[in-house]
Design a protein around this ligand. Structure first.
Ligand code: GDP
Length: 393
């Protein structure tokens, strides 16, 4: 019996020995060749999950090393900066965007003007067309009175001539000699500072981004200040606009003090030596006193470092005469130096430009003609009127 037990033990030891010699070789052969990329060799940790019970008795050092492919270091994708379009001549290029206004004003007016003889009713129809395009009652009366007088004195019969005279009167109503340039050049060793104000949804943040692109296209360096700290999305949106053209955005904690973000933006812009700092502000209109306090403070705090060069009021053209009422709240609070009329592509009431400028006494400097990044045009009265009346007259 003892012999039998001894023989069994011997057999087990022999089998274990043979298996120990053969299995690792087999396993080594089955392993894939090492990857060609950068590799790191690590020891296989004991897992306790092996299916083959034989492996349990294999000594740890007999196990072949695991070859694990090392992941290449994660690299931030290099963002290609966009090359924005230069702003010159954009109004002419984007004139088709005024098609809705053109169909109300241009076509309507030209069909009346083409009549042989213009009587009182025709002149009333002309007035109605201008009023329905939001030119405003007061401005319409002035324009029609002057046109009527010219037609009478000159005895104009030719449609093309009447159209020309109408274009001249509309252009004159837009005061073409007003200074519409933007003060964006650095001076006294500091950047020019632009403050952008307006009600939420008017297109402030978008316009800040678009103006930044216009300046970058002109070879300027720009920094954005996201002083609308009440909406994190606004700061994110602005930052994205900036990243596309290589402009830094200074932002603060959500709900933080807008004036302190504005101050930091100007300070950072000065330290970096950028040409222009553009500050986006919040436009919550529910409380005029609160808004006044907030915007007044932003301006005062920024002015500790130097004057604000330009305060632009952003107005949504589709809000028509309502927008004018809102505009007054802002012009009462801050010294607005220019108006940007956005969303003119989405309205048939392009005449609002005339009303806005006349009522506020502030030049319209830029117009928004779409949601695209370069759909912002310097405002040129004569080109605008041509686009409104259409070239088919
Ligand atoms: P904010 O709240 O005043 O900062 O307004 P945003 O800049 O966020 O703009 C509100 C919406 O108006 C966005 O969907 C913009 O894309 C849109 N918008 C801004 N300007 C224009 C424009 O000129 N034309 C059109 N069609 N949409 C515009």
């Amino acid at each position: 019996m003892e012999y039998v037990v001894a023989a069994v033990i011997l057999l087990v030891v022999l089998v274990a020995g043979v298996v120990g010699l053969v299995v690792p070789r087999l396993r080594r052969r089955q392993l894939p060749p090492p990857a060609s990329g950068p590799t790191t060799t690590i020891e296989r940790p004991p897992t306790g999950e092996q299916e083959d019970p034989l492996q349990l008795i294999l000594p740890e050092e007999e196990l072949p090393p695991l070859v694990v492919e090392e992941k290449p270091p994660v690299q931030e994708p290099v963002r290609e900066l966009e090359k924005p379009e230069p702003a010159a001549g954009r109004l002419v290029r984007l004139r088709a965007r005024l098609a809705r206004s053109q169909s109300v004003l241009g076509r309507g007016l030209l069909s009346v003007l083409s009549r042989d003889h213009l009587d009182d009713e025709d002149w009333e129809e002309i007035e109605d067309s201008l009023i329905s395009a939001d030119v405003g009652v007061e401005a319409t009366q002035v324009i029609v009175a002057r046109l009527r007088e010219r037609v009478r004195v000159l005895g104009t019969r030719n449609v093309a001539e009447v159209r020309e005279q109408l274009a001249e009167e509309l252009t004159a109503a837009l005061e073409p000699d007003l200074d519409r340039s933007l003060k964006t050049a650095p001076h006294d060793g500091r950047p020019a500072v632009l403050l952008v104000v307006g009600v939420n949804g008017a297109g402030k943040t978008t316009t800040v981004g678009k103006i930044g692109r216009v300046l970058v296209a002109e070879g300027r360096t720009v920094l954005f200040g996201a002083a609308d700290t009440f909406r994190a999305a606004a700061a994110d949106q602005l930052q994205t606009w900036g990243e596309r053209v290589g402009a830094e955005t200074v932002r603060g904690p959500e709900g933080g003090d807008p004036a302190s973000v504005a101050f930091d933006a100007v300070k950072r812009g000065t330290d970096l030596g950028v040409d222009t700092v553009i500050i986006d502000t919040a436009g919550r209109l529910q409380n005029k006193v609160g808004l006044m306090d907030e915007l007044g403070k932003v301006k005062r705090v920024v002015e500790k470092q130097g004057p604000v060069d330009e305060t632009l009021l952003i107005l949504d053209a589709t809000t028509g005469q309502n927008g004018l009422e809102q505009a007054r709240v802002f012009t009462d609070v801050v010294d607005v130096t220019g108006v940007v009329l956005t969303k003119l592509d989405g309205t048939a009431k392009g005449g609002i430009v005339i009303a806005v400028q006349r009522k506020l006494g502030i030049p319209v400097k830029l117009v928004g003609l779409g949601e695209g990044p370069d759909d912002l045009a310097p405002f040129e009265p004569a080109a605008f009127v041509e686009a409104l009346l259409g070239s088919d007259g």
